[in-house]
Design a protein around this ligand. Sequence first.
Ligand SMILES: Cc1cc2nc3c(=O)[nH]c(=O)nc-3n(C[C@H](O)[C@H](O)[C@H](O)COP(=O)(O)OP(=O)(O)OC[C@H]3O[C@@H](n4cnc5c(N)ncnc54)[C@H](O)[C@@H]3O)c2cc1C
Length: 366
Amino acid sequence: MTMPLPDALNRFLEEHALSLDTDASQASALLPALGASGLLKHGVPLALGGEGGYTIDALDAITAVAEKSLAAAFVFWGQRAFIEYLLQSPNEALRERWLAPLLKGESAGATGLSNAMKFLSGIESLQVQASTVANPFAPGHFLLDGQVPWATNLRPQGFVVAAAVERRDGEAPFIAALPFDRAGLQRSDDLDLIALRGTHTAALRLTRLEIEPQDVIAIDARAWLPRVRPAFLVLQCGLSIGLAQASLAAAQQHGAAARKVLGEPIQQTQAELAVTVATLREGLYTGQFVTDPVPLFQARIRLAHLALQAVQLELQSCGGRAYHRDQPLGFARRWREAAFLPIVTPSLTQLQGELNKRAAKAAVTA
Ligand SMILES: Cc1cc2nc3c(=O)[nH]c(=O)nc-3n(C[C@H](O)[C@H](O)[C@H](O)COP(=O)(O)OP(=O)(O)OC[C@H]3O[C@@H](n4cnc5c(N)ncnc54)[C@H](O)[C@@H]3O)c2cc1C
């Protein structure tokens, strides 16, 4: 059963789900609404200002928001992923500086780590480079140049963004937190997207941007990224689960005429969804995904496919009414939202590629 949303957030999402998908008029109101709901604190230790609980609780919260609006859920994911980076960072000063305002939705946290996740899988080289500052009074300072081609939750009012950085001195790459007002950081206009337009998604250019040790989330990206990847991926699963649940509920509600034919596939999709979610929860509970990410990759792929299937079932069950812009069905929005699920990093092709590589390796060693 889905976690009930606090009333104010529920009303905000019911009222603005379409706009969050099609324009930026509510983009700046979204994060404060998420912050006020308290949901950003789920799965964050009490001692650090959170609500306590586990990553499962954050997953449930993202799922509940995704049932109403994928744009809102993706902003939630970006903010919560950044919070997770702080929780898993050894840099206490950085946590002190950012955690409290992020948990309240007063500051925006963005994760520009697609590039880093692709780098980890050997798909892409890092797009930000660091040169050491040659000043004995500034030890550990770097000058950064490069770009972050995509990041969501870049609020024009202010944000902090996580980026992976390659060192020109040949040392291990690191992950840095870049505040919006640091000299040398330039944000583009919002990207001209086909959907999720209320998410403050833009690109960044870095030109001789100076950072100091207090800005470093993790000094060794290769060791740190695989540790945060389970939470990164698990929280993304909430997007697919929420959307699938919303479409299946709509398919059941509207499909009276088609029920004889579609009843069984709808039930089958629901059952498969329940089994996959149970596998996900079990893996999270036992901590299995940290040592063996294969079932997590498989669950992410499966959930995205189930969500796409659910939207198809909603379409078939609603028939021509789904095509009417003047019908308040939400179908067209969910159809556009679903197009995001296969491409969000790590994309389904990347995950499948990773599974193929691991299977090939296992076959060689067997
Ligand atoms: C609305 C929206 C919001 C976004 N927000 C963020 C954000 O907050 N942070 C962020 O970092 N990114 C964000 N992204 C970027 C997103 O996660 C992808 O990284 C982005 O779509 C870039 O990938 P690409 O499809 O351009 O990849 P390309 O490299 O152009 O690849 C094209 C396709 O081929 C696949 N592919 C490429 N190489 C391989 C390979 N070796 N093996 C298997 N498959 C491969 C890719 O996965 C993709 O499906 C966002 C994108 C969108 C649409």
